[in-house]
Design a protein around this ligand. Structure first.
Ligand code: ADP
Ligand code: ASP
Ligand code: MG
Length: 411
């Protein structure tokens, strides 16, 4: 008998039919003698609609009230899932985040789980019942509802698996595993049977939304065995049809590059002719950091005359207006000639632990893109990834080109 957490994403609970199909997967695992805990997202599209309502109510909304609204999608699906399980003869009870409780910090909209108290869930499991827990939501020390950031139900599921010491956490979604690239764009993407935690962490943070980044981090730290699989397929998690997150030494076949990702949530800012003297970078990035504007890629050119240079960096698209507003007051003080910005850009990245031991990986990327006439605007690298910024219209072409260049195409 194993203890398993099953998470069903938005498309997997999009209709009553889909919820019934998910409930059947719970039933089948249970019939194999396993103890099940279920986590669910809101119905596909529901959270987007709720976010839009909060925007209409108040453009600069109070994040605490906006969380009350956008967390509500999951309250609907936990109840419906518990009802569908009961219809199948399975004793079940729903839990909102505050009822578990899943305690978080007070960073509304982006809260982090601090503690998950599993006592009531444990009592239910001991009685052979199935708890159904709302993904994406938690509660602060002072009793306010929080949300964990978009895609946060994955993190709820992994946190449940860690707290309950589950053998496995099965993430049911609308694709049958983690692919070498987004299968909706790169039709020749291949399903990976295994991927290292480290690579998955990079892929998630560089745009592959199949798992929320924080969920991978949590799985890595708590040694949770995570599997990504499709709720549309016949098989259930115990048959191992999906992609398993594993340690590097569990991978037999090693590729230099395991995945290619993209992120459209990027905007580029160029400060034309900034004074080239000590303290300038701190004067520019300090106010951005203080306002929680995350700066990602940065390039600074060598100044020709030793007095002024251009500085280019990227921020999240949703932070662009705020960033420019924070930089405008600095124009005079830092001798900036002009602030240029462009949100028509996309970040494309190649990821692979094999990069550590192979030379020429970046060169292959630059050559392949150059041959297709794609101009690279900014480059950044780390030990196991290379990211570039290009014009958005080249996204699909760049992904497919790199996928082929690194030998990832399915036959
Ligand atoms: P859920 O609602 O189940 O959480 P998401 O939409 O959040 O589902 O995540 C699944 C989607 O992630 C897929 O439909 C797919 O388009 C996208 N995706 C992006 N990159 C990848 C990848 N490398 N492998 C698999 N899916 C990916
Ligand atoms: N419903 C939330 C969202 O759409 C959480 C999730 O789906 O994981 O982001
Ligand atoms: Mg998701």
């Amino acid at each position: 008998m194993a203890r398993i957490v099953q998470k069903f994403g938005g498309t997997s609970v999009a209709t009553i039919e889909r919820i019934k199909a998910a409930a059947l997967k719970v039933k089948r695992e249970r019939e194999r003698g396993h103890q099940l805990t279920v986590a669910v997202s809101a119905m596909s599209g529901a959270t987007d609609k709720l976010v839009e309502l909060t925007r209409q109510a108040s453009p600069l909304h109070d994040a605490r009230e906006s969380d009350v609204v956008i967390a509500s999608g999951e309250q609907v699906t936990v109840g419906l899932m518990a009802l569908c399980l009961q219809e199948l003869g399975i004793p079940s009870r729903s839990f909102c985040g505050w009822q578990v409780p899943i305690r978080t910090n007070a960073a509304h909209g982006q809260a982090r789980i601090e503690e998950l108290v599993p006592d009531e869930l444990e009592r239910m499991l001991a009685r052979g019942e199935v708890p159904v827990v709302a993904g994406f939501q938690g509660v602060t020390a002072d009793g306010r509802i929080t949300t964990l950031g978009r895609g946060g139900s994955d993190t709820t599921a992994v946190a449940l698996a860690a707290a309950l010491k589950a053998e496995r956490c099965d993430i049911y979604t609308d694709v049958d595993g983690v692919y070498t690239s987004d299968p909706r764009i790169v039709t020749r993407a291949r399903k990976l049977t295994r991927i290292t935690f480290e690579e998955m962490l990079e892929m998630a943070s560089l745009g592959a939304k199949v798992l929320q980044t924080r969920s991978v981090e949590l799985a890595m730290n708590h040694r949770v065995r995570v599997q990504v699989l499709s709720s549309f397929a016949e098989q259930i998690g115990s048959d191992y049809p999906g992609t398993l997150l594993v340690d590097e030494d569990e991978i037999v076949e090693k590729h230099v590059v395991s995945g290619v990702t993209y992120s459209r949530d990027e905007a580029k800012i160029t400060l034309v002719k900034v004074s080239d003297r000590p303290g300038v970078a701190a004067a520019i990035f300090g106010p951005l950091a203080n306002a929680n504007v995350n700066v990602d890629m940065i390039v600074q050119n060598v100044s020709e005359d030793g007095r002024a240079t251009d500085l280019t960096f990227t921020v999240s698209r949703s932070d662009l207006d705020r960033a420019v507003a924070l930089l405008n007051p600095l124009v005079k003080e830092l001798g900036i000639n002009r602030i240029r910005h462009d949100s028509n850009v996309v970040k494309v990245s190649v990821i692979g632990v094999g990069m550590r031991s192979h030379a020429g990986v970046a060169q292959r990327m630059f050559k392949a893109l150059g041959d297709k006439g794609i101009n690279i605007e900014v480059i950044s690298t780390s030990e196991i990834k290379i990211s570039i910024l290009i014009a958005e219209e080249f996204t699909e072409l760049a992904l497919r080109t790199l996928h082929t260049a690194y030998g990832l195409d399915a036959n």
